[in-house]
Design a protein around this ligand. Structure first.
Ligand SMILES: Nc1ncnc2c1ncn2[C@@H]1O[C@H](COP(=O)(O)OP(=O)(O)OP(=O)(O)O)[C@@H](O)[C@H]1O
Length: 250
């Protein structure tokens, strides 16, 4: 088997008496979408934060591209190619769509902030940004102020910014939230093609999207992974149905 891109070993995290992550071990393999599902408060976001670098586990390790990155911060992991998307607040709302994408490309190069006039004249940065906008279908909005985009378009811009990092793996926390049926369908189609470029660890409540996209699904309940398997295996797992999916059948 090809080596996984991302591995967590026995991650534990408590907030006071609450154990939000209990011995979580999972991996993300080349070319796959691995979905992480579970009821509200199960600890999905807490796990993603520990993988991205924003939150330090109490115990356990995170390996990315064969390297132990547990002690590295978010920026260092991002420079290695670990892209986390859908932190909407990361977009500068008063800047144009192109400016946001150029900023992403500048960050990918490890550059420090310079005046936009100079940055926008940098052909490499500009073409990386334009190519990313083109891929998500936002080229026509390049000159639009980001704050004027629809919710769905902002999500696509987040993906474009992540693409400028030339990521080796994506962490996505509820990308479909608030998109509506059409928007989710469009984003589902886009993510489907994205897995060949870089595998995706996907936290998502939209079960249609999860079952349409995921090569593997892990189910988290009370901070613990109770099952990992294909969509068919997870659908039929009695423990999963009882703990989670069963809620939807009622
Ligand atoms: N910084 C924090 N301090 C204290 N408790 C926290 C903190 N962050 C998360 N928690 C708690 O940890 C548990 C897991 O939260 P988390 O947000 O990871 O769950 P989730 O599965 O992502 O939920 P949702 O599906 O609702 O987004 C919850 O009980 C939450 O209240």
């Amino acid at each position: 088997m090809t080596d996984p891109v991302l591995v967590t070993h026995d991650i534990c995290k408590s907030f006071g008496a609450l154990q939000a992550s209990r011995d979580i071990s999972l991996d993300l393999r080349p070319g796959e979408i691995h979905a992480l599902i579970g009821p509200n408060g199960a600890g999905k976001s807490t796990l993603i934060k520990q993988i991205a670098g924003g939150l330090r586990p109490d115990r356990g390790t995170v390996q990315f591209l064969g390297r132990d990155v547990t002690a590295l911060d978010t920026a260092a992991r991002a420079r290695m190619g670990l892209a986390r998307t859908f932190q909407i607040s990361a977009l500068a709302m008063e800047y144009t769509v192109l400016q946001n994408a150029v900023l992403g490309a500048l960050g990918a190069r490890g550059g420090v902030f310079r005046f936009f006039g100079n940055v926008l004249k940098d052909n490499d940065l500009r073409s990386a940004a334009e190519a990313a906008l083109d891929r998500v279908g936002l080229s026509d909005q390049a000159g639009t102020v980001t704050g004027e985009l629809s919710h769905g378009q902002r999500r696509l811009l987040e993906v474009a910014v992540a693409l400028t990092l030339r990521p080796k793996a994506f962490l996505m926390d509820e990308p479909m939230a608030g998109l509506g049926a059409d928007g989710s369908k469009r984003l589902t189609g886009f993510l489907d093609g994205l897995r060949d470029e870089a595998p995706i660890l996907l936290v998502e409540h939209d079960m249609d999207a999860v079952f349409a996209l995921a090569d593997r699904i892990s189910v988290l309940v009370y901070g613990q992974i109770i099952a990992t398997g294909t969509a068919a295996e997870i659908r039929e797992n009695p423990e999963v149905r009882k703990a989670y999916l069963g809620e939807e059948d009622q």
